[in-house]
Design a binder for this molecule. Sequence first.
Ligand code: SF4
Length: 489
Amino acid sequence: MYLSKSKYCNAVQCNKMLWLDKFMPLEKGEISNQAVLDNGTEVGILAKQLFGKYVDIPFSEHLEDMIKDTNEALKEENTVITEASFDYQGNFCSVDILVKKGNTFELYEVKSSTEIKEIYIDDISYQVYVLTQLGYNVVKSCIVYLNRFYVRKGSLELDKLFIKENVTKIVKEKQKEVQEKIEEINQYMLQKEEPKDDIGMHCMTPYECPFFAHCTKHLPEKNVFKLRRMRNSSKFKFYKQGIYTYEDLVHEKMDKKVKQQIEFELEHKEPEIDKTAIQEFLNTLSYPLYFLDFETYQQSIPLYDDVKPYMQIPFQYSLHYIEKEDDSLKHKEFLAPVGEDPRRKLAEQLVKDIPMNVCTLAYNMNFEKSVIKSLASLFPDLSEHLMNIYENIKDLMVPFYNRSYYVEEMEGSYSIKYVLPALFQDDPSLNYHNLNLIHNGEEAMTAYQNMENLSLEGQEKLRESLLKYCALDTYAMVKIWGKLKECVK
Ligand code: SF4
């Protein structure tokens, strides 16, 4: 079996994942692949500069070319090589950064994460195994990852942005394990029939397996893994006991909100509406009433001053508002120009658009509050106003989180993406699928980040779609609030 570092890591999580990937690749589901994100290329490219001058081995479909180029580069006595490539009996690896000092070697594996995961140790252990078997004297192994406390001030300081964690000792201890694992993989991959390995917690850690739908095909559609508000460990515990259908689960002891999901879906119960609790919630709101929603994006490598890796950077908001009872609905919005730090302009506009001492509704307010708080700490001159908005935010999610309003179609979720279609099943104006280009937050984030590369016409189209998308978010909140008011009449 030909192995690479990512294949080896997949097999560490589950041998069957590797088998399915090779023999039944069409069964692979589409999930956001955290493993790919951890190996982000942008971070990898920047980290190459950590040791100054370096020789880069260009990627080639023909691995032997990469190995040949590596051998050439290794003729230097002291050198830094990126993507240095090696093969030991079909076990291939490209080392992110290889530092050669005389006849000793240091390996650096770069991750775009802000913390070390155990699988990274397996990753670098495999590389050290390959190099050691080829006779290289590896004296140091490090994981290079992003420092989440680093705040950019002026030029990027690579030695502060990146943390180099020395994992040499643990990597040495793992060498025998790597050898055994490679032998195990080679045996495992000889199987002609699909292996029967059962699902378990390993399907979720360190990464959610893209074959989970395939490996749970034997379960009925309504099964324990469809439950919300239940830990994965509890789900697998039930599964291992053979209790996985809703019919069986309904007799088990569990959180009453989880039980409610099961009962509603089994018995198709009528909506459950606690009018007193909803009225109490509505009593906490007052006019003028604002409905706020931000769109944000994240940069693994901070492009602007006062940005940390993966900090939420707001670039857009939508604001619906009603000044007094029975007044008409009005709308304001902001979408930052591309190619610059959007925060100052956004914060200035926000304090113009939301007056002091008004009630503002957000859905899942912790997110909006954290964005406002970070703007307030960044701009002291706007801080008083921003913190006033912060203090007056109320959460429209509360009645749904508390299950004061619950219908079967919410499927146990209190997310607006479930609550909205459940409350307004046949309203095309509230259907995100009917939007052009942008249908969810992830698409909005990606579109905004890539907008700079588009023609002016393309940018204009995208701006229009972004504005429509974000406006729908707050319009949806207005409709949900209206529904709550209606039900207590
Ligand atoms: S779903 Fe679980 S058992 Fe199936 S391949 Fe993935 S990790 Fe392995």
